[in-house]
Ligand binder design. Structure first.
Ligand SMILES: Cc1ncc(COP(=O)(O)O)c(C=O)c1O
Length: 390
């Protein structure tokens, strides 16, 4: 018999929602109209000026590797964006262009985590984080969080959970699946707590730009030593182009560059050229319209779900998710999701995909569908609840 596949690959869980997605696709193939609220990507296609820049890049033959750190012009454009959006002066030398925010996470975990070492992560949280840590033979130390702490790590939680193997903390603002945002004070106190323990603070700012009624502060406003993960996927609407970036302290850049050279050589060249169009006023105007559309959707779906009895204790200020407690209806979240898919053809994600803490009675809705579709979904959910509660 051949050798088994690696323990690390066996330890990494699939997305549980994929089983539901496969069933949703089957139902759709059989002619049913499925409303997809399980998908974590904008429903809009990439904005026209970015697509045009990508097409021009291909026509101009930009089909080869770039420098491992990415195109200098794109790194400068991103630095300029930090100036414009946050009033920050970031040296482009500190910016590495990566294949998605996922590539930035791969670099950061490879650089900062030795075997057996931990990062503190909020539970619920984005599931891939703990899997990246497992991949580098480290581990996630999951800290249960609820509405009382805005579903985020706090300085106090860092103090209570830090142990001799902890080397850092990773937080996301806005967070997936809860959409909560860390304000400047919360970021500063987290930064203090982590640095006081000689740890690294890594902040996932991938949903920046997608906040409603407020702007999320960057950790770089209060902490120059933090590692920041960001992406062109969400606000910039480029999920399939696979492009993100990492902002690192100056002394980490050479090591990160070496890792990038070895792990993926460079981020996609044509995507980098396309992304140069992201920062033009014409593109930003389109992206801001889309942000306003997401805000309208949240403002519709949040009260509509609450009215039906879903528990959403904290108003999410960003991303495009609502994380809801279904205790009022009884039963297990996975069975609940399956019920709505089978009877009402509405797909959403069980809590199990985001951790262990109270996962059995939480679900995530992504408002990555138009308002009329969301209205239809709410009608169907109302009907399906009557059947569920018998
Ligand atoms: C919190 C969070 N971080 C990182 C990612 C990775 O996204 P990408 O690799 O497309 O930038 C996602 C994607 O859903 C996410 O939700």
């Amino acid at each position: 018999m051949a050798q088994p596949y690696s323990a690390r690959s066996r330890a990494i869980e699939p997305f549980h929602v994929m089983a539901l997605l496969a069933r949703a696709n089957e139902l759709q193939a059989a002619g049913h109209d499925v409303i997809h609220l399980e998908i974590g990507e904008p429903d809009f296609t990439t904005a026209a000026p970015i697509v045009a820049a990508g097409q021009a890049a291909l026509a101009d033959g930009h089909t080869r590797y770039t420098a491992a750190r990415g195109l200098p012009a794109l790194r400068e454009a991103i630095a300029g964006f930090y100036g414009q959006r946050y009033g920050l002066s970031i040296d482009p030398e500190r910016i590495l262009i990566t294949p998605g925010g996922s590539g930035a996470l791969l670099l950061a975990s490879s650089l900062l985590v030795d075997p057996g070492k931990h990062w503190l992560l909020a539970d619920p949280g984005y599931p891939c984080n703990r899997h990246f840590l497992r991949l580098v033979e480290g581990a996630a130390q999951l800290v249960p969080v609820g509405p009382e702490v805005n579903y985020q790590l706090t300085a106090d939680l860092v103090e209570r959970h830090w142990d001799q193997d902890s080397v850092g903390a990773l937080v996301a603002s806005p967070a997936n699946p809860t959409g909560t945002v860390l304000d400047r004070e919360a970021l500063a106190s987290l930064s203090q707590a982590v640095h006081a323990r000689h740890g690294h603070l890594v902040v996932d700012e991938i949903y920046h730009g997608l906040t409603y009624g407020m702007d999320a502060p960057s950790v770089l406003e209060v902490d120059d030593e933090a590692f920041v993960l960001n992406s062109f996927s969400k606000y910039f609407g480029m999920t399939g182009w696979r492009l993100g970036w990492l902002v690192a302290p100056p002394n980490a850049v050479a090591d990160l560059e070496k890792l990038a050279q070895n792990l993926y050589i460079s981020a996609p060249s044509m995507a980098q050229h396309a992304a140069l169009a992201c920062f033009q006023p014409e593109t930003l105007a389109i992206l801001e319209e889309r942000r306003a559309e997401f805000a309208r959707r949240r403002d519709y779906l949040l009260p509509a779900l609450r009215e039906l009895g879903f528990g959403i204790a904290v108003e999410p200020q960003g991303a495009f998710y609502l994380y809801a407690d279904i205790s009022a209806f009884g039963g297990d979240a996975f069975a609940f999701c399956r019920h709505f898919l089978e009877t009402e053809h509405v797909a959403f994600t069980p809590g199990l995909d985001f951790g262990r803490h109270q996962a059995g009675h939480h679900v995530r809705f992504a408002y990555t569908q138009s308002l009329p579709r969301l209205e239809q979904a709410v009608q169907r959910i109302a009907r399906g609840l009557k059947i569920w509660q018998g």
